[in-house]
Write a protein that binds this ligand. Sequence first.
Ligand code: KG4
Ligand code: ZN
Length: 381
Amino acid sequence: MALILGIESSCDETSAAVVRDGAQVLSNVVSSQIATHAPYGGVVPELASREHLRAIVPVVREALQRANVEMKAIDALAVTQGPGLAGALLVGITYAKALSFALSKPLISVNHLEGHIHAVLLEHRQTHSEELPMPSLALVVSGGHTHLYRVDRTVQGWKYRNVGRTLDDAAGEAFDKVAKLLGLGYPGGPIIEQLALQGNPQAIAMPRSQIKARQKKHARGEEFEAASESYDFSFSGIKTSVLRFVESHAMKPAIAERQHSLSAVENPTVEDYLAHCDRLTLDLIASFQEAVVQDLVAKTLNAAQKFEVEALIVTGGVAANSRLRSQFVERAERQGLRVFFPSRGLSTDNAAMIAAAAYPNFLAGTFAEEHFSAEASMRLG
Ligand code: KG4
Ligand code: ZN
């Protein structure tokens, strides 16, 4: 039996969790910084680091208390190495290194994207004696990432092959930017999901992103070439057409008014938002969400066919979206594929997924080098 204390601080949630054997979540404490960043319409890196520093000690203490476990009973520590905001990552890493040093416990560094995949594997183990069917295709879709991985389990451990990714905005980022553009606040995903229920998703035509095969793109400063058939994503076209629609329909004064009115309401409810959205705005929101969802589902299902996988894993903050979930289930079933999601609590950033991803490394005795540091653009596969 192994108890792992996971620590996650890659973006705007400070989280600590105690997980037994990569399967039982004894505690999973998440302290969100949404209130700090909301006035800016997105995460402010400087503020994020400071908030992590404030939260890290009480969050870890609470995770141990809720798990009813003393620090000395922990077998190993696990911490997110990247990708994420460098300053934010450094807070978790520094704290985990100090704990590891002081307590003489091994430390395991974890890729945040692998963590999102393990959120699903972890929950599957809670109800099944077998691992989820492999190979599978994982769509990691969050505020920072829209990546497709072929996931396999080999004798050497878990293997990931990146088969597609966004060439511009991440899907969650598009939700956040469109929400900001429409005066709806941060984070955009949850409120867009609620408001989209009241609009007509077919009302406004959105462009379908077309990524041509063999197209060369600059991504994060390096050149890469897409595979002969591309499973890459692009959301900037959809985002731009929302902007154009706003401009051509003279919606800006109404948006400024909405933003002003909502900023005066503490913790606005869906009814508050609805009171400030006309039909055209609701149709625009619903059409935007539908375009993103259909693109994510279509590309993932194409890739699933190509890479002959047994199952789909859909994870990350945007995987909390109900329309995305129902469309995946409906369309994947037609293709004879099962889709696995994390529970909503484990969709967004949390440390339980980090502790779970670390467990195979714990068993293999693969620990972090003493000199390891944050890797803001860390890749998986
Ligand atoms: O995984 P996560 O907590 O952090 C990152 O690693 O980025 O994801 C946060 C992102 C935000 O962009 C947020 O708007 C989006 O996930 N999100 C959603 C929903 N809930 C959160 N997007 C669409 N629908 C939702 N219900
Ligand atoms: Zn994440």
